[in-house]
Design a binder for this molecule. Structure first.
Ligand code: GAL
Length: 717
């Protein structure tokens, strides 16, 4: 304490920093809030959904604090507010949102900033979150919309020199190292964490306790409001047609899927309302879509759910423009107004317009593009507002950049909620507490390895991520990419710059010249088969999302959440769990062979039923027709006979595959598949059990809805 007072005195004398005391408050079982200094006016918690916290209160609490919360040191400096924490030598760190090119975060500096490109390896991303979790079983979240830098053991203070002296001496005894070796010498990260919130003079930190990382994630997700359950149709395929397509071209592909009986639930299209300066008029392009109502009717008649592309930069030609300008920021983007969704007025104008003109016409979802404010995109292009922008609510450009995606998805999701319709949005930016807003992130970046890593990282952040498919380097690459999107939150073909589906031709230029591959029919069959497998997984995936909602368990996640004590999985960034029972191991860059690590237990190849013993690595070869999924011993896997699309009347005919002994009972979530009535108790849990070579089905719940009919049981051993 004495030391603190002296330090504080020195700091203030030099007027560089002032030590600040903190208050620690327990706000839920296993959740604490540490507050220090001057509170910020606009915080991410302001936009947090209030629902579903009951489950959070029911999670067991181990009583003790996960680390010395009062030992966190806060300093108010001219740069901003600083917090200093300690880590144990053994701790591994994960998270920081949808990080693209890193998995383990210890030893790194992470700059939390939303941007549509990673810009090297800075920590920037579509959803860069000030939230990390530790293998020691706790999570640390900074509740701010400002830029934050995290130094995760990446720096040593000179005050530590005495302690380091020995190892420093040893290092200096290695003469003549060439620069490459010098830079890459094995390096021991420090145990210090420094967090800097730029421009703030206060900080709010939330600490989520474990005891393990899975429990940390459950607490975070439930604190956020619980995971969104997508509508049943949201688990099918989404085909997004080329930007420039007119109604006839859209219809051609809508018919193509139906004629070929290739399952497709969601059709994405661009109404051409960005054709002026790229900002949106929100009126259908008169030439491309002269009669949108009739096109919509036809597509709805064909059982498509329509998803319209848009972004929220509003062109002067938009009917909303005059009204919304006073509630917009003081800088234009693509010559459009940037509505301040923190103000009630901007929200109401935007919502009413969407409700009257689009939701009422049956539009089921939107793609909320460009909200990651692509600051570094192209030289001289007005792709974002500057950090110094001012918004009517009082936030500046920094805060709005961080919050924009969160607010955008929240208002559209709430609009659907008011209409008692569930939706599944695409969104290109997100932030803290987005868990309950039914959206999936996507990216213009396209590295397959990054896409897989992002699936794992999304599970540390309460985010959904879809590794979309566009063009490919080869037929093998195309199929392997399709397999990865099949094993993700949303199966998405984003053909926004190609004329034809990629199985017609995977090379962009040839595709646009309509030059089909010689074997395109064969590839089409492979693609169809894969989409059918996705359709057969719907009951399993739907239940995984229900567990996300009710228990906060991420449906897609790193193996470390399920196997925290297995040190082999700590660094694995190319395998992950899909739900509780399926391990996915994508083949990247068209490979036909890879090494798979199997955690404890026996695992069964989804395709052949071949068993693999856990606790070791195996080289796995798979043909393009085989999906790299492995099922855990003791699983009852409900597989639906694939349907071409979901309707309110759909009943899925199920075959239960029973893997190994003893088979654990499985629960399936059942409701009407499309509304929020389940929140009022209108749902069932369908229990599947296997005893003495016989399967039984029991329904618990009061809902009259029936989504499943169990038809067959097959034992796989
Ligand atoms: C990009 C978006 C793409 C596509 C394109 C259409 O910003 O990331 O997925 O929608 O716009 O113009």
């Amino acid at each position: 304490m004495k030391k603190r007072i002296v330090l504080s005195f020195i700091c203030s004398l030099l007027s560089v920093c002032v030590l600040r005391a903190q208050t620690v408050e327990k706000i839920f079982p296993g959740v604490w809030k540490i507050t220090s200094g001057q509170p910020e006016k606009h915080l991410p918690t302001d936009f947090k959904d209030a629902a579903a916290v009951t489950a959070l209160s029911e999670l067991p609490d181990r009583g003790a604090e996960p680390f010395d919360l009062r030992g966190v040191r806060f300093k108010d400096t001219p740069q901003g507010m600083v917090a200093e924490l300690k880590m144990e030598v053994s701790e591994k760190i994960y998270g920081f949102g949808l990080q693209v090119n890193t998995f383990q975060q210890r030893g790194l500096r992470r700059d939390i900033r939303n941007n549509s490109w990673t810009v090297g390896n800075t920590g920037f991303s579509h959803a860069s979150l000030p939230f990390y979790i530790s293998s020691a079983g706790y999570g640390v979240l900074v509740n701010t919309a400002r830029y934050v830098s995290f130094y995760m053991g990446s720096q040593h203070k000179t005050a530590q020199w005495a302690a380091l002296a020995q190892s420093l001496k040893a290092e200096s005894e290695q003469p003549g190292l060439l620069p490459a070796a010098l830079y890459n010498r094995s390096y021991n990260p420090s145990n210090d964490v420094e967090i800097v919130v730029e421009g703030a003079h206060g900080m709010e930190i939330y600490v989520f306790d474990g005891p393990d990382m899975m429990r940390v994630m459950q607490r975070y997700n439930l604190f956020s409001g619980g995971g969104a359950i997508p509508p049943l149709w949201g688990l099918g395929l989404k085909y997004r047609a080329k930007t420039s397509f007119n109604d006839a071209q859209v219809m051609k592909f809508a018919q193509y899927f139906r004629e070929k009986h290739i399952p497709c639930d969601m059709f994405g299209l661009e109404p051409g309302w960005h054709s002026n300066a790229y900002s949106c008029s929100f009126t259908w392009h008169p030439k491309n879509f002269p009669n949108p109502d009739s096109m919509l009717n036809t597509m709805h008649g064909m059982n498509y759910k329509l998803n319209l592309w848009e972004h929220a930069y509003i062109h002067p030609a938009s009917p909303m423009f005059e009204e919304i300008v006073p509630w917009s920021g003081d800088y234009a983007v693509w010559k459009g107004a940037v509505p301040d969704f923190i103000t009630k007025e901007a929200r109401e104008i935007f919502e009413t317009y969407h409700d009257k003109n689009l939701l009422s016409k049956g539009i089921s979802a939107f793609k909320l593009d460009e909200c990651d404010a692509a600051d570094y995109a192209l030289a001289h292009a007005e792709w974002s507002f500057p950090d110094i922008a001012q918004f009517p609510s009082g936030v500046d450009g920094v805060q709005y950049r961080q919050l924009f995606g969160l607010l955008y998805q929240k208002i559209i999701w709430e609009l659907y909620r008011k209409n008692n319709r569930r939706t599944l949005l695409d969104v290109r930016a997100s932030h803290l507490f987005a868990t309950p807003y039914g959206s999936v992130l996507y990216s213009d970046m396209y590295n397959h390895g990054d896409y897989v890593r992002m699936i794992l990282n999304s599970g540390f952040s309460g985010l959904n991520w879809s590794p979309e498919v566009r063009e490919a380097a080869s037929a093998d690459d195309l199929i392997r990419r399709m397999q990865t999107t099949l094993m993700s939150a949303q199966m998405l073909l984003n053909c926004w710059y190609i004329n034809n589906p990629p199985w017609f031709q995977y090379e962009t230029n040839k595709n646009n010249r309509n030059e089909m591959l010689p074997n395109y029919l064969e590839l089409e069959q492979k693609a169809k088969k894969m989409i059918e497998i996705r359709m057969s997984l719907i009951p399993y995936l739907y239940t995984a999302f229900a567990k996300y909602h009710f228990e906060g368990i991420p449906p897609f996640r790193s193996l470390i959440l399920d196997y925290p004590d297995d040190k082999e999985v700590w660094g694995i960034q190319d395998q992950y769990m899909m739900g509780d029972n399926i391990l996915c191991a994508p083949f990247i860059d068209g490979a036909s062979e890879r090494i798979v690590y199997f955690p404890a237990g026996t695992w069964y190849d989804f395709n052949s039923g071949k068993a693999y013993e856990g606790g070791k690595r195996d080289t796995i070869r798979m043909t393009l027709d085989e999906i790299p999924m492995f099922v855990k011993e003791g699983t009852i896997l409900p597989l639906a006979a694939p349907v071409e699309y979901i309707t309110p009347k759909t009943v899925l005919n199920i075959t239960c595959r029973v893997y190994g002994k003893p088979a654990q009972p499985t629960m399936l979530f059942e409701d009407n598949g499309e509304t929020f009535d389940f929140e009022k108790g209108d749902f069932n849990w369908v229990e599947l059990s296997w005893n003495k070579n016989k399967g039984t089905v029991a329904r618990k719940g009061k809902s009259k809805n029936r989504l499943y009919k169990v038809e067959k049981w097959v034992s796989i051993i």
